[in-house]
Design a protein around this ligand. Structure first.
Ligand SMILES: *Cc1c(COP(=O)(O)O)cnc(C)c1O
Length: 428
């Protein structure tokens, strides 16, 4: 399967039925699995043999879909989580513990910012936030001896900044730590961060991957490229024996290709239990089957809406990296040559009040805390998703109070533009 193009992997990756087996992936709706002897089961607990024993850790349906995601991103191993939040938490907590430090881009999803700056800070993990546009010197200055990872988003939600992946990967590797990228908005159809030096990819599969607004979920994909043993002093969790698993050393037993995901499953999924339900994994897989068909349409609609808004006299500013003249146009040409995503953000000349009035007049685009769905939706981040942030934090994250984020769905671009046009005419 691994030699096929992304379109084929979207449809058929991860699961190859044998004779007489279901063509569609089976939903293994079972919490537990039967064994003939305690000895056979004991081998699973010792990670001596691979197999299923309890769905809190692993389930075949989830594993088919995780294998597809590994193929789509060009990684060696993957796991599903109950949400994107769980994916980002696990990806960091798998290698950074109390007393450790992480360098993160400041333009990241509001929920992730809160997870890092509040909840993980309480756990004793410190984050230094840097602008995605920082100089090499500023990036360098953010590292400390106890830094364990660098984090960013390919296309930031909702700031729509584009990450210079090679620059951030170079800095991370110079300090012997992995680069973790949340690739939710681009999806592997538009960017495969591993090809640019990223080590671990995360997703909120709730967004384009599901694509129909029906199932919250997340995923972590390991490139299998980071050499944990070469930096064993920094990553004792991977490079020294795990007493909670009979003295296994993950990086030795599972190698570069498997250590990260095996540890994350065996320890974090075991202890925190944020598993995706097999039913949700099935929905996710339905979404993945058409991801490569849907993404170009989302991008086409995003581009058309961005161009219309940019030419409208009531619009102050449009952020969309597909617009020549956008601050991230050049980076997008490099990392996202086939398109970025369907999300466009913009400020109206009338500020926050005009933005609210405009949103109230839209007929097709619903006001929703969501993005990346077949149906067009919009939101004012400052009063919703980013409500917990101060004005200074909002400014650092590139989100003015009057910003409207519009996620262009799969409807006709002509209907979307007419809807926006009538709503703009109705505001002063
Ligand atoms: C939505 C989102 C998340 C959080 O994902 P959930 O599935 O809602 O938990 C994380 N990162 C990005 C970029 C997102 O858009």
């Amino acid at each position: 399967m691994s030699n096929y193009r992304i379109e084929t992997a979207c449809v058929q990756g991860g699961y190859t039925p044998g004779n007489g087996e279901p063509r569609q992936i089976p939903i293994v709706q079972s919490t537990t699995f039967k064994y003939a002897s305690s000895e056979a089961m004991g081998k699973l607990f010792d990670l001596e043999a691979s197999g299923y024993f309890y769905t809190r850790l692993q389930n075949p349906t989830n594993d088919y879909v995780a294998a597809k995601l590994a193929q789509l991103e060009g990684g060696t191993a993957a796991m599903l989580t109950s949400s994107g939040q769980a994916a980002n938490f696990y990806a960091i907590f798998n290698i950074a513990n109390c007393g450790d430090h992480v360098v993160s881009c400041s333009t990241i999803y509001g929920g992730t910012f809160n997870l890092f700056s509040v909840t993980m800070a309480k756990m004793g993990i410190e984050f230094t936030f840097v602008s995605p546009d920082c100089t090499d010197e500023e990036l360098e200055a953010a590292f400390r001896p106890n830094t364990k990872a660098v984090f960013g988003e390919t296309i930031a939600n909702p700031a729509l900044t584009v990450l210079d992946i090679e620059k951030f990967a170079g800095a991370a590797h110079a300090h012997g730590v992995p680069l973790i990228i949340d690739n939710t908005f681009a999806t592997p159809v538009n960017c495969r961060p591993i090809e640019w030096g990223c080590d671990i990819v995360t997703h909120s599969t709730t967004k384009y991957m599901d694509g129909h607004g029906c199932a919250v979920g997340g995923a972590i994909i390991d490139s299998g490229k980071f050499d944990w043993m070469a930096h064993a002093d920094k990553f004792p969790g991977l490079c020294t024996p795990d007493d909670s698993y009979h003295g296994i050393t993950y990086a030795e037993k599972f190698g570069k290709e498997g250590a990260f995901i095996t540890k994350c499953t065996a320890q974090l999924m075991r202890d925190f239990g944020s598993i995706q339900s097999p039913q949700h994994a099935f929905y996710l897989n339905l979404g993945l089957e058409s991801l490569h068909v849907r993404m170009p349409r989302h991008c086409e609609n995003g581009q058309a809406v961005a161009e219309f808004l940019a030419s409208h006299p009531k619009v102050e500013k449009v952020n969309y990296c597909g617009l020549p003249g956008d601050k991230y146009y050049e980076l997008a040409q490099k990392y996202l040559p086939n398109g970025s995503c369907g999300v466009v953000s913009f400020e109206l000349k009338g500020g926050r009040a005009a933005a609210e009035a405009f949103m109230g007049k839209l007929k097709l685009a619903a006001i929703e805390t969501h993005v990346a769905d077949a149906r067009t939706c919009c939101l004012n981040p400052a009063t919703s998703t980013h409500r917990q942030m101060t004005d200074e934090q909002l400014a650092a994250a590139g989100i003015p109070a009057g910003l409207v984020r519009m996620s262009c769905g799969l409807e006709s671009k002509y209907d979307l533009i007419e809807d926006i046009k009538q709503a703009l005419e109705a505001v002063d």
